[in-house]
Design a protein around this ligand. Structure first.
Ligand code: ATP
Ligand code: MG
Length: 544
């Protein structure tokens, strides 16, 4: 059953109460940090950080409150205040957390950017955002500063001459009195299907972010939580910073790159209880084998969840072997601001399903029962986006005539109410009258013991409309030859039938991913067809 609108409104109103500041409004930084300090929990660990060189640091809630307060005071001194956009272009270091919270505390809009962006993607985003300042390091800014910038604009170099002294001389500023609709976050979407769009969220989003960390991820005060998402991506802000702090958990932050051995060691050493990662990372861990996790004591781990891309059934069951528990899928988007669908902790996981709407959310599929159709959500909810920046037309196009928010993803509903992800509406392949989602074909290819990762596209074909073509990365030590390609096609035909099975298999060392860990199918397709590559600013280094 889905809740009626008045019930949902009452639900969210009640959820907002503990996060509301003494001035009667909500501010993300207050809800995430200051309210714990005010309640006498300031000495609890908020952030445990491990640096690239193995250095570590622990910041308590009180430390974070003070550091973000000084940063907010610095902004204020520069005349940067309520409604101004403050971008961050920083490696994953403690200063990033203080800067993000400081901007929110000052009433500014926090706009995180991937530290790996070059000058052009930076110029594009800073200009679109009309950013008033960027917080960055000397080295990053020396390499990446775009030639043209908004005016006025300040580049705040956190390792610059006199920075520490300047901050130390300031009295920490309290939270600005913001309300739920005051803009707080500006996130650019992953650019998986086209040019990235800037999605705006108000301070009130923290209410849904807090509730979903509790209900969808099972987070409790005192938990040790690790979210592997890059802080330049919405998951990095919402579940890598705001929501777990709002719940009162301890964040684990790792500056280093993906490395299976180090990751398992970190899970063990930090005694991580809830872990949130991506299908790409899980597939890479699968590629590294089961010996590694078995050599570590992962007994503190209570819940493992994934987001960003379809989680193949193979990955869910592998989780049972590696962690002693299945991996729970969660579905949401930059626009939704928080998890919308999940199998809650403690409930049985049905591999290949996304789970149910979280409490307070009404979701549906615009199709006949059991058929695939667009996944839609019923507004409002607290973390619903306020629109795409400077793009009224796109913002409006996100809603049906009767007011549902359109996700642009296709889904299907099981008789028990669970949602299944079918594909992105714009990724679907039409072959000989059949509609094929790449995910379905990729999941079948992943069942084959030789396959580490697969990406499927539709190649235009005069007869079939499109034919299914697969790019496959193999497990270590496996050689991609004609015999294996034939074997893979035969396997897919057995499982999917000849209409849906790929006609051609191309082997690749690796597949192109976005920095948020999504396979860039549109890029594979453009390259295959010799078309322009389009916007590749979010492409992960080394993606070919
Ligand atoms: P853009 O909108 O710029 O094309 P994007 O949609 O990839 O990029 P995000 O907002 O980061 O940008 O990603 C949200 C999308 O990611 C969803 O719409 C969906 O397609 C996909 N996604 C998220 N979680 C899941 C999941 N659990 N299973 C399948 N797909 C998912
Ligand atoms: Mg999208």
């Amino acid at each position: 059953m889905t809740a009626a609108a008045p019930d949902r409104a009452a639900y969210w109103a009640a959820e907002a109460v503990p996060l509301t500041g003494p001035w009667g409004g909500v501010n993300m930084a207050w809800a995430a940090v200051d309210r714990h300090v005010a309640a006498g929990r300031g000495d609890r660990p908020a952030l445990r950080w491990t640096g690239r060189d193995g250095a570590t640091a622990t910041l308590s809630y009180a430390d974070l409150s003070e550091a973000s307060g000084r940063f907010a005071a610095l902004l204020r001194g520069l005349g940067v205040g309520k409604g101004n956009v403050v971008a961050s272009l920083l490696p994953r270091r403690p200063v990033l957390y203080a800067a993000a919270l400081g901007a929110l505390r000052a009433g500014c809009v926090h706009a995180p950017l991937f530290a790996a962006f070059g000058p052009e993607p930076l110029r594009l985003r800073l200009t679109l955002a009309g950013a008033r300042a960027v917080v960055t390091t000397s080295a990053l800014w020396a390499r990446k500063a775009p030639a043209s910038l908004p005016d006025p604009f300040d580049a705040l170099l956190v390792d610059g001459e006199g920075w520490e002294d300047r901050l130390a001389a300031l009295e920490p500023a309290p939270c600005v009195s913001t309300g739920p609709d005051d803009p707080a976050l500006l996130h650019f979407t992953s650019g998986t299907t086209g040019a990235p769009k800037g999605a705006l969220h108000g301070h009130g989003a923290i209410v849904a972010q807090h509730a979903t960390a509790r209900d969808a991820l099972g987070l409790r005060a005192g938990d040790v939580f690790w979210c592997t998402a890059d802080p330049g991506w919405v998951t990095g802000t919402v579940y890598g910073l705001l929501a777990p702090l709002a719940v009162g958990a301890t964040l684990v932050a790792d500056e280093g790159d993906f490395d299976p051995a180090r990751w398992y060691a970190l899970l063990e050493r930090e005694r991580v209880s809830v872990w949130y990662t991506t299908p790409t990372a899980i597939r890479m861990l699968m590629r590294a084998g089961l010996d590694l996790p078995r050599r570590h004591d992962l007994s503190a781990l209570r819940h493992v969840a994934s987001v960003g891309e379809p989680l193949n059934a193979e990955a869910v069951t592998w989780g049972e072997a590696a962690f002693g528990r299945p991996i729970h899928d969660t579905w949401w988007q930059t626009e939704t601001g928080a998890i919308m669908l999940a199998t809650p902790p403690g409930q049985p996981v049905v591999p290949g399903t996304l789970g149910f709407p979280v409490p307070g959310i009404e979701a549906d599929v615009l199709a006949q029962a059991g058929e695939a159709g667009e996944l839609v959500l019923r507004p409002p909810w607290p973390s619903m986006f306020q629109g795409y920046l400077h793009d009224e037309a796109h913002s409006r196009a996100c809603f049906t005539d009767d007011g549902w928010y359109r996700s642009g993803d296709l889904a299907r509903r099981d008789p028990d109410g669970r949602f299944r992800f079918v594909g992105r509406a714009d990724d679907m392949i039409k072959t000989s009258g059949h509609l094929v989602g790449p995910f379905e074909v990729e999941s079948v290819l992943l069942e084959h013991p030789a396959v580490a990762e697969a990406a499927v596209i539709g190649r235009p074909d005069p007869v079939a409309g499109e034919v299914v073509e697969a790019f496959v990365a193999l497990k270590a030590g496996v050689v991609g030859d004609d015999a294996l390609a034939r074997d893979l096609v035969a396997h897919a035909r057995r499982r999917l039938g000849p209409a849906l099975a790929p006609r051609a298999i191309a082997f690749a060392d690796s597949l192109p991913h976005t920095r948020s860990g999504k396979i860039l199918r549109r890029l594979l397709k453009a390259r295959e067809l010799g078309l322009p590559e389009g916007d590749t600013s979010t492409l992960q280094d080394g993606g070919r």
